[in-house]
Structure formats: C-alpha cells, structure tokens
Design a binder for this molecule. Structure first.
Ligand code: C2E
Ligand code: CA
Ligand code: CA
Ligand code: CA
Length: 287
C-alpha cells in the first residue's frame, strides 16, 4: 500500500509542476506576444437568414505560437483575464478589428449603398475585466477615431457577467457607449445570469442566442419554444437576434421560419483570416 501511495505521489507531482511551469511560460509568452502584437484576428461571417446576405463579421483572436501552432482563445483568454493582460490585448483587438473594417468599407460600402445595403459591421468580443478598466471607453473612442469607421458599424459583444453588476459606473459607461452610436450585443445569451430586463435597462441592440440552444432546435419542443419566445420579445423591444453555432440547414430553416433575422455558424463559414475575409467581402459585394 505504501509503495502504491508513493507511486501515486510521484505520478501527480510532476504533472502539477508541469502545469505551473506551463502556465508561467504561457504568461511570459503572452507578455511578449502583446508587446510584439503577435496575435492575429480571424473573422466569422454573420448572415441574414432570409437572404443569405453577409451583414457582419465577428473578430476572433488567434495566437500563432512557434511550438504550439495556432493557439485558440479558450486556452489564453481566461489566463489573460486573471492577469489583467486582457486590457492591452483587448485594446489591440479593437484597434485591429476597426482598421480591418475600414478596409472592408473602402472595398464595398459604395456598391452596398447603391444596392440599399448598409455597410458591413464588425463585432468585437469584450471581456468583463476589460470592460471594467477605467480606460475602456477611451480605447473604443480611439479605435473609432484612428480607423475613421462609422460608429454604427462597430458592435461590442458583452457577456452577461458584464451587465450583472448593475452599478452607476456600468450605467454611465453603457450610456456613453450607446451615445457614441456603436452597437451593443449580449453574447452567449441563455448561458449565464440571463435576464431579458437587460434589454430595457441598457442600450442593447443585438442579442446572440448561445449555440447550446440552437443545438436543441428540432429535437426539443421546449428549446424551440424558448428560442422562438426570446426572438419575439427581442423583436418587440427593437433588438435583433443572432443565432450562434448554426451547423445544419434544418436549424437555419427553423430559425428563419420563427423570424430570427441573423445567424452565424459553420453552416455558413468558419472563422477565416484577414485576406480571406477581404476576398469574401469583394465576392459578396460584386456577385
Ligand atoms: P464566442 O464569442 O461565443 O465565439 C464563438 C465561438 O464559437 C468561436 O470560437 C467560433 O469559432 C465558434 N463557432 C462559431 N460557429 C460555430 C459552429 O457552428 N460550431 C461550433 N462548434 N463552433 C462555432 P473561438 O474563436 O475559439 O472563440 C472562443 C471564445 O473565445 C469566444 O466565444 C469568446 O468568448 C472568446 N474570444 C475570442 N476572441 C476574443 C477576443 O478578441 N476578446 C475576448 N475577450 N474574447 C475572445
Ligand atoms: Ca462572441
Ligand atoms: Ca457567443
Ligand atoms: Ca460561446
């Protein structure tokens, strides 16, 4: 028994140490990656479910790493939030996404306007820690000024963890951002401390229904009723719904039939790099 216990101890300790070393290493790498702007943005289309028209891209950060390959955000965003590194990283994401949107607009806005279509929007994820930082509103202003994009083409995706605080700072910041003319979206709706009252308390213009609800469409009548109900209430309040994680044509058809205006998912396109997004903008404009 003693030998077995010992073996177990020997087995666990190195694993734990490796975890800590790896974490420390990732943190240090994150620092230099932030300093060198070594990140990359990918863009995933958001489409009009009735016409198939491209209406926006969501910017999704990637970290090309020498040894690890393309590191996905689930592996470093939480770490960057804990350490506060999300503040400079998030500022970089906002600036870069706004610059990229300016390039899409240069390539497509005139032709889209002639066809009665608004300019393409860019959706940017903002974490709670980043939103709470005192300089956040100025970072948004700066991204708008330096890129020159129309504020109505920038959408910030906020999770419910940002909105649950409900203090004066939050109210003031949300009002200021709303007054800038940018769009504000609730991300992953239905997974957190969901409350439809956020929709009337804050200047929210979009609501993204989490993939877990879309997965159940056509399988669970309850899930179906829930998505349909949320869509109807949002519509009444002038809030546009985006269904996330659409993978099957049936899901798209059910969503379109219940009046959900917008969708995103592998069915339409996976996240793509900047040049591919730019090529898609041109194709979607002149096709
Ligand atoms: P999210 O904001 O919910 O973004 C959607 C995620 O679902 C993306 O993963 C996207 O690639 C994936 N996805 C889209 N369509 C489908 C589909 O049809 N099926 C499946 N299985 N997945 C789909 P990604 O790029 O790995 O990002 C993961 C999360 O990391 C994001 O979830 C977001 O919370 C966070 N994130 C990404 N970029 C940023 C950023 O710049 N800043 C912050 N704060 N968070 C970010
Ligand atoms: Ca998002
Ligand atoms: Ca989401
Ligand atoms: Ca999600």
């Amino acid at each position: 028994a003693k030998a077995a216990g010992r073996r177990q101890w020997c087995h666990y300790r190195p694993a734990l140490q490796a975890g800590l070393v790896e974490r420390h290493e990732l943190n240090e790498n994150l620092d230099s990656a932030i300093a060198e702007s070594a990140f990359q943005l990918y863009y995933q289309p958001i489409v009009d479910l009735h016409t198939g028209d491209l209406v926006a891209f969501e910017a999704l950060v990637r970290w090309p790493h020498d040894r690890r390959g393309m590191v996905l955000p689930d592996e470093f965003i939480a770490l960057a939030e804990e350490s506060g590194q999300i503040v400079p990283l998030g500022a970089w994401v906002l600036e870069r996404a706004a610059e990229e949107a300016a390039a899409w607009h240069a390539a497509s806005s005139a032709a889209r306007a002639a066809a009665g279509r608004p300019p393409l929007r860019v959706n940017v994820n903002v974490s709670a820690r980043q939103f709470r930082d005192a300089g956040f509103v100025d970072v948004v202003r700066h991204a708008l000024d330096s890129s020159g994009i129309d504020p109505s083409t920038l959408v910030l995706e906020l999770t419910e963890s940002v909105l649950m605080r409900r203090d004066d700072r939050l109210r003031t910041d949300m009002a200021t951002l709303g007054d800038l003319g940018i769009g504000l979206a609730i991300d992953d709706f239905g997974t957190g401390y969901s409350s439809l009252s956020y929709l009337r308390e804050f200047p929210i213009s979009l609501l993204k229904i989490d993939k877990s609800f879309i997965d159940g469409l056509g399988l669970s009548p309850q899930q179906h009723a829930l998505v349909e109900g949320i869509t109807r209430i949002a519509d009444t309040l002038g809030v546009q719904v985006i269904a996330e994680g659409i993978e099957h044509p049936d899901q798209r058809d059910l969503l379109a039939a219940m009046g959900c205006p917008l969708g995103q998912g592998y069915l339409f396109a996976r996240p793509m790099d900047g040049p591919r997004a730019q090529a898609l903008v041109r194709r979607a404009t002149y096709e």
